[in-house]
Design a protein around this ligand. Structure first.
Ligand SMILES: *Cc1c(COP(=O)(O)O)cnc(C)c1O
Length: 365
């Protein structure tokens, strides 16, 4: 075993011994790679992926395509890159895509679809679960008329991050796909956390993307990889997406060094997501019992928990929690707390103790 690996372990140990216990619930993007991933990274067989010759990337792409029952896949630097490559694959300059008003594709991709792709973006209302109304969708798909941008793509987010991390069922996805197909519109699933949806619903991811043209998923969130996402779709679409990936500067070379972790993630990190969901439930129930917080545990079926802070001084409270190592994310509408690999059931007890005490001592009403 290389010295780099054991040194990293040593560092981690010293760090932990010298500081307060940290329970970082801001995001599942804070996950650290598992020891097995670090070992796979160390041992990964590499080649130049821009030439299509990195055996580790090729293996990851093949695995992803098989799991999603799609023809092909391409490894991308981030979920954002996967979504933009998909949008640019399905739409050309002047075309339109429809995405949820609360979606990542609409709000959190720096306007790339229009800035880079010249794509016109129309939003559609998301209900509290992240679903969209099918009649509204029908009315938003543009008729063929020279005044309108041609609607080419519908984006679906699953799980729906800003809708409580809710999981859309296979039937719900199918119903959107059916409307899209009626009008010859493509469907992309932003499945950054689709494995959380799959575990929560006990439905294979292949069923959650059935009929969709492309889907992307993040390796770097609950699946705990340091970097990376994968875009899956037909051979034809993935070939086009690879060109856009290159255009965005995402053609990487011996990138098997990070794809290696992705293989371990697909092999070992999916079923453990159930533990994150159990911990999230426990966290939400605990939060709902704290005076100064409102939280409905039944609204959060996966690993994302949202709560409203009724106290008048939420930022002061957040600061006090932070000083004691418990971190939550402040959003415009309240706080988000996310469970993930590295957060144990004991960490949830610990965090709830700290949060309860901070509210008792510092909340003003
Ligand atoms: C995180 C996220 C993405 C983008 O992932 P990055 O890797 O951060 O670019 C896309 N969609 C959703 C719903 C996300 O939560």
């Amino acid at each position: 075993m290389g010295s780099g690996y054991s040194e990293a372990k040593e560092n981690k140990k010293t760090q932990v011994n010298n500081s307060t216990r940290i329970v970082d619930l801001r995001s599942d993007t804070f996950t650290q790679p598992s020891p097995e991933m670090r070992e796979a990274i160390y041992k990964a067989e590499l080649g130049d992926d821009v030439f299509g010759e990195d055996p580790t990337v090729n293996r990851l792409e093949k695995m992803a395509a098989e799991i999603f029952e799609m023809e092909d896949a391409t490894f991308v630097a981030s979920g954002t890159m996967g979504n933009i490559a998909a949008a640019m694959t399905h739409c050309t300059r002047g075309d339109e895509m429809i995405v949820g008003e609360k979606s990542h594709m609409y709000n959190a991709e720096a306007g790339a679809a229009s800035a880079l792709g010249g794509i016109s973006v129309q939003s559609i209302a998301n209900d509290s679960r992240g679903m969209i109304d099918l009649d509204e969708l029908r009315s938003k798909i543009r008729p063929d008329n020279i005044h309108y941008p041609p609607t080419r793509l519908i984006g679906i987010e699953n799980t729906a991050n800003h809708c409580g991390g809710n999981a859309l069922t296979a039937e719900e996805v199918q119903s959107i796909v059916a409307v899209a197909k009626e009008r010859d519109v493509k469907v992309h699933v932003d499945g950054a956390r689709i494995f959380n949806a799959s575990v929560a619903l006990e439905t294979p991811v292949s069923q959650l993307v059935a009929g969709a043209d492309t889907a992307s998923f993040c390796l770097s969130k609950g699946l705990s990889c340091p970097v990376g996402s994968v875009l899956v779709g037909s051979h034809e679409d993935i070939e086009v997406a690879r060109r856009w990936r290159k255009a965005m500067g995402g053609g990487m070379r011996q990138v098997g060094i990070i794809a290696a972790a992705g293989i371990v993630a697909l092999e070992t990190m999916v079923s453990r997501l159930a533990e994150d969901h159990t911990n999230a439930r426990k966290l939400a129930v605990g939060l709902s019992n704290i005076e100064g917080i409102t939280c409905d545990p039944d609204s959060y079926p996966t690993n994302l928990v949202f709560c409203d802070v009724i106290a008048k001084n939420p930022s002061e409270i957040l600061q006090k929690m932070d000083e004691q190592g418990v971190k939550a994310l402040s959003l415009p509408g309240g706080w988000r707390l996310v469970t993930h690999y590295g957060i144990t059931s004991g960490d949830i007890d610990y965090a709830l103790d700290i949060i309860t005490n901070v509210f008792k001592e510092h909340a003003s009403f």
